[in-house]
Design a binder for this molecule. Structure first.
Ligand code: G
Ligand code: G
Ligand code: MN
Ligand code: NA
Length: 254
């Protein structure tokens, strides 16, 4: 398609960029960021990922695109690690199924970490439940290998997929991300509140940290805090922004 060949060219021409959305703790201190890819197209303008990630998946371009994202995020991570105010920030990268299933995924990640000198302990890979539904043996092996190198894993959009709870003990996960669909009406819909509480309790029992996504109001944040949530992401704190616009403790940290 036109979009596909455009994207291929865009990747070569350096039209992709990353925005970063802060993840904050209970004191609203930034503890990490999530990298979210954008495409600055000369005619189309700033194209959001929903408009091109699935095409990239279908065509296989996601391998090159995912590689670029990983490289850019790791370079940023390495840069931040040299400044005391930002040295402990984690950087989360979304990984798509086709990228994760590639036989050389583990090598791709570790090569990138080595080349950029990023600290693997501060790199967090976000996987979705649907991704985990694939070949379980392959998943366990790849996650295990990366985990041995220090890389951590978050389960993104948690609660929206069909993954079995038994995966949560089988896989070396560090974090669950409560999907924003449960956070949106958490103050008004008792079912959403019950689901959010349950995910927080599950995280606590299994020793997993839990991030609430899509937090837009102080009311949602306060309610989730009362439920034991200590990590938050959403427009209340910041939308995804270019790195220069991130409000970090060190203004020189870009
Ligand atoms: O940033 P935004 O909310 O528009 O992101 C929309 C969707 O695109 C989200 O589901 C997000 O996980 C996904 N996405 C953003 N950046 C990346 C990326 O670098 N790789 C993959 N695979 N998905 C991404
Ligand atoms: O699937 P994933 O969780 O990676 O996607 C994150 C998406 O959620 C991004 O597109 C991001 O722009 C969006 N997002 C982040 N914070 C908020 C928020 O507070 N409200 C809404 N509606 N979307 C958000
Ligand atoms: Mn994500
Ligand atoms: Na998510």
């Amino acid at each position: 398609t036109a979009l596909e060949s455009d994207l291929r060219l865009g990747l070569q021409r350096g039209e992709l960029l990353l925005h970063y959305q802060p993840v904050v703790d209970a004191h609203s201190r930034v503890v990490g960021v999530e990298a979210l890819v954008r495409w600055q197209h000369p005619q189309r303008g700033l194209v959001p990922p929903n408009a091109f990630i699935s095409i990239a998946e279908q065509t296989g371009l996601i391998l090159a695109l995912g590689g670029w994202v990983l490289d850019a995020a790791c370079r940023q991570l390495a840069f931040w690690s040299h400044r005391s105010a930002t040295a402990a920030l984690t950087v989360a990268v979304n990984v798509s199924a086709r990228q994760f299933r590639h036989p050389e995924f583990v090598e791709q990640v570790m090569d990138t970490v080595r080349r950029t000198q990023a600290s693997p302990q501060l790199l967090r890979l976000e996987l979705t439940e649907s991704l985990l539904l694939g070949d379980t043996q392959d998943t366990v092996r790849k996650m295990g290998e990366l985990r041995e190198h220090g890389v951590q894993f978050s389960l993104d959009d948690f609660g929206t997929g069909y993954s079995s709870l038994s995966y949560l003990k089988l896989l070396p996960l560090e974090q669950l991300k409560i999907d924003q669909s449960f956070v949106r009406d958490v103050l008004t819909d008792p079912n959403d509140a019950a689901i959010a509480r349950t995910i927080l309790a599950l995280g606590q029992s299994l020793g997993l940290s839990v991030v609430a996504e899509g937090v837009e109001t102080a009311g949602q944040r306060d309610f989730l805090l009362q439920c034991g949530c200590t990590l938050f992401q959403g427009y209340l704190f910041s939308k995804p922004v270019p790195v220069e616009q991130l409000l970090l403790d060190d203004p020189a940290a870009h």
